[in-house]
Ligand binder design. Sequence first.
Ligand code: A2H
Length: 261
Amino acid sequence: EGIGPQEYTALKVKVTEWSLAAAELVKGKIEDDANVYFVPATLRPETMYGQTAIFLGPKITYGIYKVKEKEYYVVTKRAAWNMAFQGVFFSSENFPKTQDQLPFVAEAPGSTFVGTSVSAPLAVHETIQILPMETVSATKGTGVVTSVPSDSPDDFATIADLAKKADYYGIKKEWAELEIFPIIETPTYGNLTAPTLVKQLKINSPKDANQLAQAKDLAYSEGFYKGTMLVGEFKGEAVQTAKDKVRQSLIKSGLAFPFAD
Ligand code: A2H
């Protein structure tokens, strides 16, 4: 983690079908024709083609907040409060003075939302699921993490663990077994940087924190400085230039917004 605020891209990932527990939670509180979005914060907008799941901390509390008529975001209260200060919910006149004034609708632990189907901007997979990730930090970003196992060692290690222990996690195995498509080509690790590094560094579990930190640094710098896009609008371009173009394109089309933390 660097010094000063991180400039994230906050992605709007739309709910298409609630899990049973989440459907029960929102019943009578959210209009049937409203749009509800999980909002992961990412530093790698150029990898969004490769999303295969959305991770929540199963024990972290998430709130549903009303953004405007028939539009809601699911994030931690801490993130909603940060978003309020960044003009996401309010005009400057009716600014919230306390967290109690946030446009709160309902809250539940992440586990309640596991199995919800969502549709993520740019993702090659049309439908992905909300899945649990034990290592999500409640005090970083939005508490929502999009899973890109092709390029994030953390995400690959978690997805592999979920597939291996599907019953233990109470999920359907196939939710953790979506095909992993190549998104970025790199000279050192080929076109599946994260799986390659996880294998090379013999990482066996999402709890191998030291090796994962090392893999994350290697994947990040190799991808950023030497990567080339294999898919999407900027296919063939260097990641260094494509990264901000993908971000701006998402923001311009209303599928994402800037978020600082
Ligand atoms: B990144 P930084 Cl492909 N808890 O997005 C744990 N991890 C979180 C989080 C939280 N509350 N909020 C965000 N993150 C993840 C994509 C990605 C990311 C790729 C490769 C590396 C990578 C897809 N996951 O991050 O500590 C998010 O995952 C490695 C740096 O604020 C976010 O970007 O620097 C990144 O960590 C933010 O981490």
